[in-house]
Design a protein. Sequence first.
Length: 686
Amino acid sequence: MADSELRLRRVPCRFALSKARKTRPKLILSRRARRRLGTQRRGERRRLRRRRRLLQAQAAGADYREGTGQGSRAEAARKPKAAAPSPARSVRAAVPVPLVRQVGPGRALLLLPAEEGFTFGGICRVTCLYGQVEVFGYTISQGQPAQDVYSAYTHAYLTLNAVPYSTAEKSEKEIRREVRALLKSHLNLEDRSWSIENFSPLCSIVMLEQLKTSTINFITSYPGLSYVFVQESPVFQINPEYLALRSVGIRKQKRKKGLALTESARSALEELVSVSCEEIDGCAVILVCGTQDIGKSTFNRYLINQLLNSISCVDYLECDLGQTEFTPPGCISLLNITEPVLGPPFTHQRTPQKMVYYGKPSCKNNYENYVEIIKYVFSSYRRESPLIINTMGWVSDEGLLLLIDLIRLLSPSHVIQLSSPQSKYMPNLTPEYVDDMDGLYTKSKSKSRNRCFVLPEFADSLEFADEEKDSPVPFTGHKLICVRSEFPVTKTPRNRESHNRILRDLAVLGYLGQLMPPVPKPLGPLHGLTPYQVPFSAVALRITHADVAPTHILYAVNASWIGLCKILDDVRGYTRGPILLAQTPICDCLGFGICRGIDMDKRLYHILTPMPPEELRTVNCLLVGAVSIPQCIFKSQHGPEGTIPYVTTDYNFKLPGASEKIGVRIAKEAPVKKIHPKPKLYRKVK
């Protein structure tokens, strides 16, 4: 009783508590500060829970690594193991995690346990020192050359996955001795000791090195494009792993942000690789189709890399004008791929075997010319290696009928149709469905004369090595493989057009990056490079996408993206010019460039292009299309101050031939650079 009375006396009364609360200084926090304080408290609780799990794992004798994997297996082995916990209070089993260690300036060592992955963003050079790793479907083994890997924010992040390999019944001591010998030429003694100490059975050891290329430096030099590879975001914990990866130029990402294939996609890839390697019925012709943003390009890259694990080369036919894979936009091309594709399109621009510049990112309102160009490019395919055909994402209305025409024209052995729950409805393109449907330019099987379904419409344009020119193309059917796609999509109907335009601009910048000097030489602005001088009389000229008055055609050519082509007609011999073509020819496109100026006194085009001079000598036609030069080249070039050439605010759209289609650059208070063409110099090629 006395104790309770004493306890009551020590408790202050309600009045004393309220008085003390009023005399306490008040702290007024804004909404942002209160939210930040709540975040810190949640972070503290999260760290306490992580610390508690660590202590529980250590008490259970588990090898638990926190953060960068501090501690070693040897230390864990020296600690006495406690008794196993009761089922009522089970401890989460610790799993091995990738270990990273900086081993020099711009170099980091990565230890990948068996069947573990490492997802990252950025660019680096990957060398497998021991074991095997897979990235984007391509397997890199020890002893193989290093591979340049580009993991960009604009696409799904790439993941390095450890691939199980055979140890040929070697003991652990023999394996460690072999690993130590392989690492001797790459690492010092301290780093080798760390690697051996943390090495586990079937572990792969990878060297990550900083990668600098002139093309990537050129792209990221423009404001707003540095985020393409590594996004700047707050770092909650700076540890040795973060610093090691930062020295390389990459950053670890969550696994869910990486590329994940569905079971149907994996089974389709296995079947296609098996069929392509067997070559029982000739080379496989694989046509990939689906709606927009369904993952066709991603599936094609993965398939190319999987095939290159088993065969030396793969042919690729690009039929998508808007999102091309190996060339600037607006092209239909045929390429022979011999190296893996480990990045987005703007990181691997390559020279095709055959290419035609269509000039627009879409074939709407000009389907016949689109089909004729595909026939022309497809005629160069010699059926010596598997062919992958990429198609457009327009698969409704006329787009579906055009796709049926392409299936009949190209006669693929396999049709891969991608779909997802969010995609628009598209009928299954089975052989029966294709047989019974009329295309834009072909008839159904019931309207055909014979059972083999000969297409005389396309027979006169196809040439093969061992066949006569007039031989028809039979349509014998294909195997349809439906793939359920769950690739991460960042596009919405609202931002799709702007997103696609950014990707097209990046492809153009990737091509122009070939103009830059190799690393470590510094970058130079495009206006500081010496252009080629091309006489008016040496090349013919054509605007492919719009009708422009002859008196204004040089306005459209100046400061424009041009295709450097070769036509069969001989345009040389004219003493005056420029020479205008009455129709757009279907001809080989050898490369691209920028018409950075026109000298009317000397009658010269000033053209900037990465093409070598020996190939440039064969160019006799300039095609100007709807593909424009990225705005950042005009507005963000280093050097010019004040008014910006070729950019204006005062433009009269009522002029004959003036239109938004010819790529007018508009800015604030910047006069346009004027060219005075002379109409009497024009002459047409018959």
